[in-house]
Design a protein around this ligand. Sequence first.
Ligand code: NAD
Length: 352
Amino acid sequence: MPEFSAPVPPEEVLRLDDPQSGLSGVIVIHSTALGPAAGGCRFHRYASDADAVTDALRLAEGMSYKNALAGLPLGGGKAVVRMPDGPFDRTALFRAFGRAVASLGGRYVTAEDVGTSVSDMQCVADSTRHVAGLPARVGAAGGDPSPWTALGVLRSMEVAVQRHLGASLSDVTVAVQGLGHVGFALCEQLHDAGARLVVAEPRAEVAAEAARRFGASVVASEELVSAKAEVFAPCALGGVLDAVAVERIQAAVVCGAANNQLASPAQGDALLARGILYAPDYVVNAGGIINVAAEHLGWGVDEARARVEATGERLAAVLDHAAAERIAPHAAADRLARAAIARAPRQPGLAA
Ligand code: NAD
Protein backbone atom coordinates (compact mmCIF):
# COMPACT_ATOMS: atom_id res chain seq x y z
CA MET A 1 0.00 0.00 0.00
CA PRO A 2 1.71 3.26 -1.02
CA GLU A 3 2.05 6.02 1.58
CA PHE A 4 -0.01 8.69 -0.16
CA SER A 5 1.60 11.65 1.53
CA ALA A 6 5.21 10.54 1.03
CA PRO A 7 7.36 12.67 -1.32
CA VAL A 8 7.96 11.05 -4.71
CA PRO A 9 11.69 10.69 -5.61
CA PRO A 10 12.81 11.61 -9.18
CA GLU A 11 12.89 8.88 -11.82
CA GLU A 12 15.83 10.16 -13.84
CA VAL A 13 18.40 12.94 -13.91
CA LEU A 14 20.15 13.63 -17.24
CA ARG A 15 23.22 15.87 -17.08
CA LEU A 16 23.62 18.21 -20.08
CA ASP A 17 27.20 18.78 -21.19
CA ASP A 18 28.00 19.84 -24.75
CA PRO A 19 31.24 21.87 -24.78
CA GLN A 20 30.85 22.73 -28.49
CA SER A 21 27.62 24.73 -28.01
CA GLY A 22 28.23 25.64 -24.36
CA LEU A 23 25.18 23.65 -23.22
CA SER A 24 25.46 22.78 -19.55
CA GLY A 25 22.71 21.90 -17.11
CA VAL A 26 20.30 19.13 -16.25
CA ILE A 27 16.95 17.61 -17.18
CA VAL A 28 15.06 16.08 -14.26
CA ILE A 29 12.28 13.61 -14.99
CA HIS A 30 10.50 13.60 -11.68
CA SER A 31 7.57 11.34 -12.54
CA THR A 32 6.09 9.72 -15.64
CA ALA A 33 3.40 7.89 -13.66
CA LEU A 34 0.62 9.95 -15.27
CA GLY A 35 2.26 10.49 -18.67
CA PRO A 36 5.34 12.10 -20.24
CA ALA A 37 7.11 14.44 -17.83
CA ALA A 38 6.18 17.99 -18.85
CA GLY A 39 7.75 21.19 -17.60
CA GLY A 40 9.57 24.18 -19.01
CA CYS A 41 13.24 24.91 -19.60
CA ARG A 42 14.73 27.54 -17.28
CA PHE A 43 17.75 29.45 -18.66
CA HIS A 44 19.52 31.19 -15.85
CA ARG A 45 22.93 32.01 -14.40
CA TYR A 46 23.77 29.62 -11.55
CA ALA A 47 26.80 29.86 -9.26
CA SER A 48 27.42 26.10 -9.44
CA ASP A 49 26.24 22.83 -10.98
CA ALA A 50 24.91 21.83 -7.59
CA ASP A 51 22.68 24.94 -7.45
CA ALA A 52 21.31 24.17 -10.92
CA VAL A 53 20.56 20.55 -10.00
CA THR A 54 18.88 21.56 -6.71
CA ASP A 55 16.66 24.05 -8.54
CA ALA A 56 15.75 21.52 -11.24
CA LEU A 57 14.87 18.81 -8.68
CA ARG A 58 12.58 21.19 -6.77
CA LEU A 59 10.93 22.56 -9.91
CA ALA A 60 10.42 19.12 -11.49
CA GLU A 61 8.68 17.81 -8.37
CA GLY A 62 6.44 20.89 -8.39
CA MET A 63 5.49 20.18 -12.00
CA SER A 64 4.47 16.60 -11.15
CA TYR A 65 2.11 17.89 -8.48
CA LYS A 66 0.78 20.75 -10.63
CA ASN A 67 0.07 18.47 -13.60
CA ALA A 68 -1.48 15.77 -11.40
CA LEU A 69 -3.89 18.17 -9.69
CA ALA A 70 -4.77 19.81 -13.00
CA GLY A 71 -5.98 16.38 -14.13
CA LEU A 72 -3.54 16.31 -17.04
CA PRO A 73 -2.26 13.06 -18.55
CA LEU A 74 1.27 14.30 -17.88
CA GLY A 75 3.98 13.67 -15.36
CA GLY A 76 6.41 16.28 -14.14
CA GLY A 77 9.87 17.33 -15.23
CA LYS A 78 12.02 20.38 -15.69
CA ALA A 79 15.15 21.42 -17.52
CA VAL A 80 17.64 23.89 -16.11
CA VAL A 81 20.25 25.24 -18.53
CA ARG A 82 23.11 27.32 -17.18
CA MET A 83 23.65 30.60 -18.97
CA PRO A 84 27.28 30.57 -20.22
CA ASP A 85 29.58 33.21 -18.72
CA GLY A 86 31.11 34.22 -22.05
CA PRO A 87 29.64 34.83 -25.52
CA PHE A 88 27.64 31.95 -27.01
CA ASP A 89 25.53 31.02 -30.04
CA ARG A 90 21.96 30.87 -28.67
CA THR A 91 20.60 28.94 -31.67
CA ALA A 92 23.33 26.27 -31.42
CA LEU A 93 22.82 25.99 -27.65
CA PHE A 94 19.07 25.42 -27.88
CA ARG A 95 19.48 23.00 -30.80
CA ALA A 96 21.89 21.01 -28.62
CA PHE A 97 19.32 21.13 -25.83
CA GLY A 98 16.72 19.84 -28.34
CA ARG A 99 18.99 16.86 -29.12
CA ALA A 100 19.16 16.07 -25.41
CA VAL A 101 15.35 16.22 -25.18
CA ALA A 102 15.13 13.96 -28.27
CA SER A 103 17.47 11.42 -26.63
CA LEU A 104 14.82 10.88 -23.92
CA GLY A 105 12.43 9.50 -26.55
CA GLY A 106 9.34 11.41 -25.39
CA ARG A 107 9.78 10.79 -21.65
CA TYR A 108 10.24 14.57 -21.24
CA VAL A 109 8.36 17.39 -23.03
CA THR A 110 9.84 20.87 -22.77
CA ALA A 111 8.45 24.42 -23.17
CA GLU A 112 9.32 27.99 -22.13
CA ASP A 113 10.11 29.00 -18.59
CA VAL A 114 11.99 31.90 -16.98
CA GLY A 115 14.68 33.02 -19.45
CA THR A 116 13.45 31.15 -22.53
CA SER A 117 11.22 32.34 -25.36
CA VAL A 118 9.12 31.10 -28.26
CA SER A 119 12.11 31.55 -30.59
CA ASP A 120 14.27 29.35 -28.30
CA MET A 121 11.59 26.64 -28.48
CA GLN A 122 11.59 26.94 -32.28
CA CYS A 123 15.34 26.11 -32.15
CA VAL A 124 14.56 23.15 -29.87
CA ALA A 125 11.93 22.03 -32.40
CA ASP A 126 14.69 21.69 -35.03
CA SER A 127 15.89 18.64 -33.07
CA THR A 128 12.78 17.16 -31.42
CA ARG A 129 9.00 17.10 -31.58
CA HIS A 130 8.76 16.84 -27.79
CA VAL A 131 8.43 20.59 -27.36
CA ALA A 132 5.49 22.97 -26.83
CA GLY A 133 5.09 26.72 -26.50
CA LEU A 134 5.44 27.18 -30.25
CA PRO A 135 3.39 29.81 -32.13
CA ALA A 136 -0.32 28.88 -32.14
CA ARG A 137 -1.98 27.61 -35.31
CA VAL A 138 -5.47 28.96 -36.08
CA GLY A 139 -8.14 27.09 -34.04
CA ALA A 140 -5.53 25.08 -32.13
CA ALA A 141 -4.29 25.69 -28.60
CA GLY A 142 -0.87 27.23 -28.16
CA GLY A 143 0.82 30.63 -28.04
CA ASP A 144 1.25 32.79 -24.94
CA PRO A 145 0.04 30.82 -21.88
CA SER A 146 -0.17 33.90 -19.60
CA PRO A 147 -3.81 34.96 -20.22
CA TRP A 148 -4.82 31.35 -19.50
CA THR A 149 -2.86 31.39 -16.27
CA ALA A 150 -4.62 34.65 -15.34
CA LEU A 151 -8.04 33.14 -16.10
CA GLY A 152 -7.37 30.15 -13.83
CA VAL A 153 -6.29 32.51 -11.03
CA LEU A 154 -9.47 34.58 -11.53
CA ARG A 155 -11.73 31.51 -11.29
CA SER A 156 -9.85 30.39 -8.18
CA MET A 157 -10.16 33.82 -6.59
CA GLU A 158 -13.93 33.77 -7.16
CA VAL A 159 -14.16 30.49 -5.25
CA ALA A 160 -11.81 31.60 -2.45
CA VAL A 161 -13.59 34.93 -1.92
CA GLN A 162 -17.01 33.28 -1.94
CA ARG A 163 -16.03 30.55 0.53
CA HIS A 164 -14.00 32.67 2.92
CA LEU A 165 -15.82 36.01 2.80
CA GLY A 166 -19.21 35.12 1.36
CA ALA A 167 -18.54 37.82 -1.23
CA SER A 168 -18.05 38.16 -4.97
CA LEU A 169 -15.19 39.86 -6.79
CA SER A 170 -17.23 43.03 -7.31
CA ASP A 171 -17.31 43.43 -3.50
CA VAL A 172 -13.55 43.31 -2.90
CA THR A 173 -10.24 45.08 -3.41
CA VAL A 174 -7.40 42.94 -4.81
CA ALA A 175 -3.73 43.82 -4.24
CA VAL A 176 -1.81 42.59 -7.29
CA GLN A 177 1.98 42.33 -6.96
CA GLY A 178 3.70 42.39 -10.35
CA LEU A 179 2.09 43.53 -13.61
CA GLY A 180 3.95 41.26 -16.00
CA HIS A 181 2.44 38.86 -18.50
CA VAL A 182 0.09 37.26 -15.97
CA GLY A 183 -0.42 40.12 -13.50
CA PHE A 184 -1.53 42.66 -16.10
CA ALA A 185 -3.94 40.18 -17.73
CA LEU A 186 -5.31 39.35 -14.28
CA CYS A 187 -5.90 43.06 -13.55
CA GLU A 188 -7.82 43.37 -16.80
CA GLN A 189 -10.02 40.38 -15.94
CA LEU A 190 -10.53 41.57 -12.34
CA HIS A 191 -11.49 45.04 -13.55
CA ASP A 192 -14.05 43.48 -15.91
CA ALA A 193 -15.41 41.49 -12.93
CA GLY A 194 -15.91 44.72 -10.96
CA ALA A 195 -13.06 44.34 -8.44
CA ARG A 196 -11.14 47.36 -7.14
CA LEU A 197 -7.37 47.18 -7.60
CA VAL A 198 -4.26 48.26 -5.77
CA VAL A 199 -1.03 47.33 -7.56
CA ALA A 200 2.75 47.37 -7.25
CA GLU A 201 5.10 47.15 -10.23
CA PRO A 202 8.68 48.45 -10.57
CA ARG A 203 8.12 49.43 -14.22
CA ALA A 204 6.46 52.81 -13.55
CA GLU A 205 4.96 53.15 -17.04
CA VAL A 206 3.17 49.79 -16.69
CA ALA A 207 1.81 50.75 -13.25
CA ALA A 208 0.59 54.06 -14.73
CA GLU A 209 -1.15 52.15 -17.51
CA ALA A 210 -2.99 50.03 -14.91
CA ALA A 211 -4.02 53.20 -13.07
CA ARG A 212 -5.31 54.73 -16.30
CA ARG A 213 -7.11 51.68 -17.69
CA PHE A 214 -8.37 50.00 -14.53
CA GLY A 215 -8.46 52.84 -12.00
CA ALA A 216 -5.85 50.97 -9.92
CA SER A 217 -4.14 52.66 -6.96
CA VAL A 218 -0.37 52.30 -7.22
CA VAL A 219 1.84 51.66 -4.16
CA ALA A 220 5.44 50.57 -3.55
CA SER A 221 6.00 46.81 -3.56
CA GLU A 222 7.03 46.66 0.11
CA GLU A 223 3.75 48.42 1.04
CA LEU A 224 1.53 46.16 -1.03
CA VAL A 225 1.65 43.19 1.30
CA SER A 226 0.05 45.28 4.07
CA ALA A 227 -2.26 47.25 1.75
CA LYS A 228 -5.92 47.48 2.74
CA ALA A 229 -7.40 44.80 0.50
CA GLU A 230 -9.42 41.63 0.91
CA VAL A 231 -7.20 39.65 -1.48
CA PHE A 232 -3.42 39.61 -1.96
CA ALA A 233 -2.40 38.28 -5.39
CA PRO A 234 1.36 37.62 -5.71
CA CYS A 235 2.17 37.65 -9.45
CA ALA A 236 5.89 38.45 -9.40
CA LEU A 237 8.38 36.58 -7.25
CA GLY A 238 8.67 33.25 -5.49
CA GLY A 239 9.24 33.14 -1.71
CA VAL A 240 7.18 36.30 -1.16
CA LEU A 241 5.30 34.76 1.78
CA ASP A 242 8.09 34.72 4.34
CA ALA A 243 7.67 34.99 8.11
CA VAL A 244 7.64 38.81 8.03
CA ALA A 245 5.16 39.07 5.17
CA VAL A 246 2.80 36.55 6.76
CA GLU A 247 2.61 38.74 9.87
CA ARG A 248 2.00 41.92 7.84
CA ILE A 249 -0.69 40.70 5.44
CA GLN A 250 -4.00 42.52 5.87
CA ALA A 251 -5.89 40.48 3.28
CA ALA A 252 -8.14 37.56 4.19
CA VAL A 253 -7.28 35.61 1.02
CA VAL A 254 -3.98 34.98 -0.78
CA CYS A 255 -4.46 33.85 -4.38
CA GLY A 256 -2.00 34.64 -7.15
CA ALA A 257 0.05 33.29 -10.04
CA ALA A 258 3.62 33.34 -8.71
CA ASN A 259 5.31 29.96 -8.32
CA ASN A 260 6.62 28.85 -4.91
CA GLN A 261 4.98 31.68 -2.96
CA LEU A 262 5.57 30.08 0.44
CA ALA A 263 9.14 30.64 1.65
CA SER A 264 8.65 27.36 3.54
CA PRO A 265 5.69 25.11 4.38
CA ALA A 266 5.68 26.63 7.89
CA GLN A 267 4.31 29.85 6.36
CA GLY A 268 1.34 27.91 4.98
CA ASP A 269 0.54 26.79 8.52
CA ALA A 270 1.10 30.33 9.84
CA LEU A 271 -1.41 31.73 7.32
CA LEU A 272 -3.96 29.16 8.45
CA ALA A 273 -3.32 30.09 12.09
CA ARG A 274 -4.00 33.74 11.23
CA GLY A 275 -7.29 32.81 9.56
CA ILE A 276 -6.01 33.73 6.09
CA LEU A 277 -7.07 31.45 3.24
CA TYR A 278 -4.03 30.53 1.11
CA ALA A 279 -5.00 29.19 -2.31
CA PRO A 280 -2.04 26.89 -3.18
CA ASP A 281 -0.04 28.43 -6.01
CA TYR A 282 0.37 25.36 -8.20
CA VAL A 283 -3.36 24.60 -8.02
CA VAL A 284 -4.45 28.06 -9.14
CA ASN A 285 -1.68 28.85 -11.68
CA ALA A 286 -2.08 25.71 -13.81
CA GLY A 287 -3.78 27.51 -16.72
CA GLY A 288 -0.49 27.98 -18.54
CA ILE A 289 0.52 24.31 -18.38
CA ILE A 290 -3.02 23.31 -19.40
CA ASN A 291 -2.57 25.44 -22.51
CA VAL A 292 0.85 23.88 -23.15
CA ALA A 293 -0.62 20.40 -22.67
CA ALA A 294 -3.45 21.21 -25.07
CA GLU A 295 -0.92 22.25 -27.69
CA HIS A 296 1.19 19.12 -27.24
CA LEU A 297 -1.74 16.70 -27.06
CA GLY A 298 -3.63 18.33 -29.95
CA TRP A 299 -6.68 19.52 -28.00
CA GLY A 300 -8.75 22.36 -29.44
CA VAL A 301 -9.10 25.79 -27.84
CA ASP A 302 -12.56 24.91 -26.43
CA GLU A 303 -11.20 21.90 -24.54
CA ALA A 304 -8.32 23.97 -23.19
CA ARG A 305 -10.67 26.75 -22.09
CA ALA A 306 -13.07 24.33 -20.33
CA ARG A 307 -10.17 22.81 -18.38
CA VAL A 308 -8.83 26.24 -17.37
CA GLU A 309 -12.33 27.40 -16.38
CA ALA A 310 -12.52 24.37 -14.03
CA THR A 311 -9.53 25.59 -12.00
CA GLY A 312 -11.87 27.06 -9.36
CA GLU A 313 -13.58 23.69 -8.90
CA ARG A 314 -10.21 22.00 -8.44
CA LEU A 315 -9.30 24.58 -5.79
CA ALA A 316 -12.64 23.91 -4.05
CA ALA A 317 -11.79 20.19 -3.89
CA VAL A 318 -8.41 20.97 -2.30
CA LEU A 319 -10.05 23.30 0.25
CA ASP A 320 -12.67 20.64 1.06
CA HIS A 321 -9.91 18.09 1.67
CA ALA A 322 -8.01 20.56 3.87
CA ALA A 323 -11.13 21.25 5.93
CA ALA A 324 -12.01 17.56 6.28
CA GLU A 325 -8.48 16.60 7.32
CA ARG A 326 -7.94 19.75 9.42
CA ILE A 327 -4.74 20.60 7.58
CA ALA A 328 -3.57 23.69 5.72
CA PRO A 329 -4.48 23.99 2.01
CA HIS A 330 -0.84 23.69 0.82
CA ALA A 331 -0.50 20.39 2.68
CA ALA A 332 -3.85 19.17 1.31
CA ALA A 333 -2.72 19.95 -2.25
CA ASP A 334 0.55 18.01 -1.80
CA ARG A 335 -1.32 15.05 -0.35
CA LEU A 336 -3.90 14.92 -3.13
CA ALA A 337 -1.22 15.27 -5.83
CA ARG A 338 0.93 12.48 -4.35
CA ALA A 339 -2.15 10.27 -4.04
CA ALA A 340 -3.04 10.84 -7.71
CA ILE A 341 0.52 9.90 -8.73
CA ALA A 342 0.55 6.83 -6.48
CA ARG A 343 -2.79 5.63 -7.92
CA ALA A 344 -1.71 5.96 -11.56
CA PRO A 345 -1.34 2.82 -13.63
CA ARG A 346 2.15 2.36 -15.08
CA GLN A 347 2.56 4.08 -18.47
CA PRO A 348 3.72 1.49 -21.03
CA GLY A 349 7.18 2.49 -22.27
CA LEU A 350 7.40 5.40 -19.86
CA ALA A 351 7.70 4.46 -16.22
CA ALA A 352 10.70 2.30 -15.40
P1 NAD B 1 6.81 38.45 -15.85
O1 NAD B 1 8.30 38.43 -15.76
O2 NAD B 1 6.15 38.79 -17.14
O3 NAD B 1 6.19 39.43 -14.74
C1 NAD B 1 6.73 39.63 -13.48
C2 NAD B 1 6.46 41.10 -13.13
O4 NAD B 1 6.77 41.32 -11.76
C3 NAD B 1 7.29 42.08 -13.95
O5 NAD B 1 6.44 43.07 -14.50
C4 NAD B 1 8.25 42.68 -12.93
O6 NAD B 1 8.61 44.01 -13.23
C5 NAD B 1 7.40 42.57 -11.67
N1 NAD B 1 8.18 42.60 -10.42
C6 NAD B 1 9.43 42.18 -10.20
N2 NAD B 1 9.77 42.39 -8.92
C7 NAD B 1 8.69 42.94 -8.33
C8 NAD B 1 8.40 43.37 -7.01
N3 NAD B 1 9.31 43.28 -6.02
N4 NAD B 1 7.18 43.90 -6.76
C9 NAD B 1 6.26 44.00 -7.71
N5 NAD B 1 6.47 43.60 -8.98
C10 NAD B 1 7.67 43.08 -9.27
O7 NAD B 1 6.33 37.01 -15.34
P2 NAD B 1 4.92 36.32 -15.58
O8 NAD B 1 5.02 35.42 -16.75
O9 NAD B 1 3.85 37.34 -15.51
O10 NAD B 1 4.85 35.37 -14.29
C11 NAD B 1 4.60 35.93 -13.02
C12 NAD B 1 4.72 34.82 -11.96
O11 NAD B 1 3.76 33.79 -12.26
C13 NAD B 1 6.08 34.12 -11.92
O12 NAD B 1 6.36 33.74 -10.59
C14 NAD B 1 5.86 32.88 -12.77
O13 NAD B 1 6.76 31.84 -12.41
C15 NAD B 1 4.43 32.53 -12.41
N6 NAD B 1 3.73 31.77 -13.44
C16 NAD B 1 3.58 32.26 -14.71
C17 NAD B 1 2.89 31.52 -15.67
C18 NAD B 1 2.67 32.05 -17.06
O14 NAD B 1 1.80 31.53 -17.78
N7 NAD B 1 3.42 33.07 -17.49
C19 NAD B 1 2.35 30.26 -15.34
C20 NAD B 1 2.49 29.78 -14.02
C21 NAD B 1 3.18 30.54 -13.09
